[in-house]
Design a protein around this ligand. Structure first.
Ligand code: ADP
Ligand code: MG
Length: 474
């Protein structure tokens, strides 16, 4: 793996090994910040499942040691999160080059115990071009599941990877909520570009988070090497900045980014940006920068649909070579609706559990293993709210939800409300029936299957239901 710009920058800093392990030492503070970022990055569920038990060992030269309670956890964390942990540590502390995961700290002495075999980070295909931040090997176009909500963003990303800097696609601005695949698509573009040659030349790609950009810039200011920083960045063919929203409020860095941006675009180089909001909604960004960001192609990653979540789970299970019953996938896709990362986390956890105890994955084990996870996701939406929203949507009175009338214009919304009540609350069928004028649980069951069938055949209806669901979830 080449670190391109990194190497030049870091090579200049004279580094003192840090050993402050006291609770208030700088390293402990950095660790607290790394943890917070990790939590934000992987989501609450995964963090609690896998990363909460990771403890800080120490920093020796450029090698940082983290400690885990068991071998299983250590291997898992290394495989699934090694690259991410390293990347976050590197933004936190430029002296860190390697992160070592161990099962035990030496009881005596301060140096890490070298007898414990270390887990090598996963091998990566060697990219020819320089990439500033490490790319996640799982984030390729092949592993990205395309569906209605992300097909446009995917097509734009493909286009840029195939022919960078084509008119109309520069800059490419990808935006969407947390865990919807922005970073995945960015890495996919970077992989594609950095492993293909164009006109016999390797394409040089610089990919980094906005935080890293800021960090590098501040460091350059401190080392009085801003000119080199500028030149290095301006020498790449493609510059990719992830999570641009982090630049809000960082005026100097924004200014620098603006100039880099202009210089690259003027030189016919490609820029790819991601953020959590569209350029026009990124308030706090300088106007001229905002205007330029919106000049190329702006593509939105929409919230996932149930169908897309099922396809993603399906693809992940196939890739992992595990058999996951359709019922379990449906259960997960119904329960975890906001964030693909959380969805993956839940699936990983099920798979790990099944492996660990040599058990089959069933709906029952899913309930059991994901008990705490699902509780966190149990939305606190009430049946009354659902009835109110649905009634509003189809302009009927809320009282019709409980009335005995069966004409289609009230019966259909009532069925949708029952369906949503089943999906969005943890209430039982009889319980739901009681809220709808004391109807029988079989009526609720019938409503659920009727609505499910209609969603599959009537696109406009499906959209209505999806919209209602989103409204209720937000
Ligand atoms: P973001 O950067 O938008 O917060 P990420 O790109 O990090 O989200 O995606 C979170 C996780 O979900 C990653 O593991 C990613 O691979 C996965 N993911 C998101 N969307 C898809 C998709 N369409 N197909 C496959 N995996 C996806
Ligand atoms: Mg991201």
């Amino acid at each position: 793996m080449s670190f391109g710009v990194n190497e030049l920058r870091d090579g200049q800093a004279a580094i003192q090994p840090q050993r402050e392990l006291g609770p208030d030492g700088p390293l402990a503070n950095q660790w607290a910040s790394v943890r917070a970022k990790l939590q934000r990055e992987v989501g609450e569920v995964e963090y609690r499942t896998w990363l909460k038990q990771v403890a800080l060992g120490g920093l020796d030269g450029d090698e940082l040691t983290l400690v885990l309670p068991t071998r299983f956890l250590r291997d898992w964390v290394s495989k699934e999160y090694g690259a991410l942990i390293t990347a976050i540590w590197q933004t936190e502390n430029a002296h860190v080059r390697r992160v070592d995961l161990r099962t035990q700290l030496p009881v005596r002495g301060t140096a890490p115990n070298l007898a414990e075999p270390t887990v090598a980070p996963p091998p990566r295909p060697e990219a020819r071009a320089e990439v500033v931040a490490p790319l996640d090997q799982r984030f390729t176009f092949d592993t990205f599941v395309v569906g209605k909500p992300n097909e446009f963003a995917y097509a734009c990303a493909r286009r840029v990877a195939d022919s960078p800097a084509s008119p109309g696609f520069n800059p490419l601005f990808l935006y969407g909520g947390v865990g919807l695949g922005k970073t995945h698509l960015m890495h996919a573009i970077a992989w594609e570009l950095s492993t293909t040659r164009r006109n016999g030349q390797a394409v040089s790609v610089a990919y980094m988070s906005a935080e890293k950009f800021m960090y590098r810039f501040i460091n350059a200011l401190r080392n009085q090497s801003t000119l080199e920083f500028k030149n290095e960045l301006r020498s790449v063919d493609v510059l990719m900045i992830d999570d641009l929203q982090f630049l809000i409020g960082k005026d100097n860095t924004q200014e620098e980014f603006f100039h880099t941006f202009n210089a690259l675009v003027d030189a016919g180089k490609q820029i790819v940006i991601s953020a959590d909001k569209s350029p026009s909604d990124l308030s706090g960004l300088e106007d001229r920068l905002r205007t330029r960001l919106g000049c190329g192609m702006v593509a939105d990653l929409h919230a996932t649909t149930f169908e897309l979540r099922i396809s993603i789970l399906d693809a992940k299970a196939k890739r992992a070579g595990v058999e996951v019953p359709a019922k379990v996938m449906e259960f997960l896709a119904h329960k975890i609706t906001t964030n693909v990362r959380e969805l993956e986390g839940a699936l990983n956890r099920l798979v790990a559990h099944a492996n660990l105890f040599d058990r089959q994955i069933t709906l029952e084990t899913a309930h059991e293993v994901l008990h705490d996870v699902l509780k966190a996701f149990d939305r606190r939406v009430t049946i009354q709210e659902i009835q109110k929203r649905v009634a509003e949507h189809w302009s009927i009175r809320v009282a019709e939800m409980s009335s005995a009338r069966r004409s289609r214009n009230v019966a259909r919304p009532r069925q949708v409300a029952m369906y949503l009540a089943k999906q969005l609350t943890s209430k039982s069928l009889p319980d739901i029936g009681r809220h709808f004028g004391d109807r029988d649980h079989t009526t609720v069951m019938h409503a659920v299957s009727r609505v499910t069938a209609l969603i599959a055949t009537d696109a406009a209806f499906a959209e209505d239901v999806e919209l209602l669901r989103r409204l209720l979830e937000s």
